[in-house]
Design a protein around this ligand. Structure first.
Ligand code: CFM
Length: 474
């Protein structure tokens, strides 16, 4: 399917399908093309491998020096945009960089890296280690950062973990997740053997504590009698990562960014894992049930679920009565686009268009499974495509990130920030109420009475960037 705005890049057609009018893959999955290099001319919103490693997986570790080996911009623009909160703020408050300049590119940056690690460790003795992220520049000139990390580790007497996550390495930030998982697993997991009974313990794998999501569900697992030892990687310390191999079960939330480490733990330590969703009433209940079943605690799970659901239902029913029948366009980085259709149905709403920035085949298969016929599913959107979809599909709500917020407002579409949350947290039972409240505020805001609510095309613009410029259209 080719949008009007893609007349000049017909390669985009294979990244769009409509469920019900496309031929599924032989396995019954979604036939959309994904996880491939962006076509030249397509102004992608994707991030780089460094972004996925530093911003998503490594960055939330709360007690290490987060050091970017590269030009200063890589450090500044990866600092503080994602609210992976913790009960301390060292990882958010400071950003460290080797600040590579022209002379370092000419003569090499290794010496500067070594000095930076030592200086930062001396300046902040409270830090429990150093995470060093490689960027494009030192990778291109051939700095051996891994070797420097080894030397530095001996000098400072704390772990120095080097991530080979140079930005150009993959087609999106997704490779950075993989690099982050693999490096942390190899360098840290299992490096300490604690005493104690871990028979009723789990790791939450792939939750990054966006706006304190973990606070909504950690007490629920505790109420089952299950202890979370490591949260990979939201509100987590280096010492907790070192012992994560002791858990009896890995409970995976974000399958896209963190199944890698669970697979490696399964191979090396035999740790089983389950995939769950921790947003929404049905999903959260299912997650507690599946965890309880593993430990033979089914009765407790039913008690916890019953009490929690009873508590939130009056508010959920209130919001449902205000939101029922509304149509949603959801565009997220990856899995949230398939985690959330169920949750939106619980509020009486339907997804009519769904997209991801870097989802893989499995993510699109899950979206396909979770939406109805007629839903547009597409991959790696750009701003013009988003405008066209808002115009032609006329959703009542657009759930996406801050990059898209003003496209939505410009087009007159109510918007909720699904990446970093408008208020949050959104996970767990109590988070579901926050999510419903934010959606209600967006859709039923009085401002829509004053402006035309539905997305509309710019007058005179036919969607083809070559034929009529936006400036002419105005
Ligand atoms: Fe996993 Fe995430 Fe997501 Fe992700 Fe992200 Fe995020 Fe996301 Mo933004 S780890 S894939 S790289 S659930 S930062 S907490 S919201 S794009 S859908």
């Amino acid at each position: 399917m080719l949008l009007k705005c893609n007349k000049t890049i017909p390669e985009r057609a294979k990244h769009f399908v409509v469920k019900g009018s496309c031929t599924p893959t032989p396995g019954g999955g979604c036939p959309v093309a994904s996880n491939v290099q962006t076509t030249p001319g397509d102004m992608t919103e994707r991030g780089c491998t460094y972004a996925g490693c530093r911003g998503v997986v490594g960055g939330p570790v709360k007690d290490v020096i987060q050091l970017t080996h590269g030009p200063i911009g890589c450090s500044f623009y990866s600092w503080g945009y994602r609210p992976h909160l913790a009960d301390s703020d060292f990882h958010i408050k400071y950003s460290f960089t080797t600040d590579l300049e022209e002379s370092n590119i000419v003569f090499g940056g290794e010496q500067k890296l070594l000095q930076s690690i030592i200086e930062a460790a001396e300046e902040f003795p409270e830090a429990k280690g150093v995470f060093v992220y490689n960027t494009c520049a030192p990778a291109l000139i051939g700095d051996d950062g891994k070797d420097i990390a080894k030397i530095a580790q001996e000098k400072i007497g704390k772990p120095v973990v080097f991530f080979r996550c140079e930005g150009f390495a993959g087609v999106s930030q997704s490779l950075g997740h993989h690099v982050g998982n693999e490096t942390i697993f190899k360098e840290l997991v299992g490096s300490v053997e604690p005493e104690g009974d871990f028979s009723r313990s789990i790791n939450i794998v792939g939750d990054y504590n966006i706006k304190h999501d973990i606070r909504t569900f950690e007490p629920l697992f505790e109420a089952l009698g299950v202890r979370i030892i490591t949260r990979f990687t939201g509100n987590v310390s280096v010492d907790e990562i070192k012992i994560m191999h002791k858990a009896a079960l890995n409970v995976i939330h974000c399958a896209r960014s963190a199944t890698y480490i669970a697979d490696m733990m399964k191979d090396k330590y035999g740790t089983p894992y389950i995939h769950v969703t921790l947003w929404g009433i049905k999903h959260m209940s299912d997650a507690l049930r599946a965890t309880a079943q593993f430990f033979g605690l089914e009765d407790r799970a039913e008690q916890v679920i019953e009490a929690q659901v009873a508590k939130i239902m009056p508010q959920i029913n209130h919001y449902r009565s205000r939101l029922a029948g509304k149509k949603v366009f959801i565009y997220q980085g990856g899995p949230r686009a398939w985690h959330w259709p169920q949750l939106l149905r619980e509020l009486g709403m339907d997804v009519i268009a769904a997209a991801t920035t870097f989802g893989h085949e499995e993510d699109y298969d899950k979206i396909y499974e979770n939406v109805g016929d007629g839903t547009l599913i597409f991959d790696n959107p750009n701003a013009l495509e988003i405008e066209e979809v808002l115009t032609t599909y006329q959703p009542d709500l657009f759930i996406s990130g801050n990059k898209e917020r003003y496209i939505a407002y410009k087009m007159g579409t109510p918007f909720v920030n699904g990446h970093t949350y408008d208020t949050g947290p959104y996970a767990g039972f109590s988070g579901m109420v926050n999510f419903a409240r934010d959606i209600d505020r967006a859709i039923n805001a009085p401002v829509w009475k004053l402006v035309q609510k539905k997305a509309r095309p710019v007058p005179g613009w036919n969607g083809n960037r070559n034929e009529t410029s936006m400036a002419e259209a105005f």
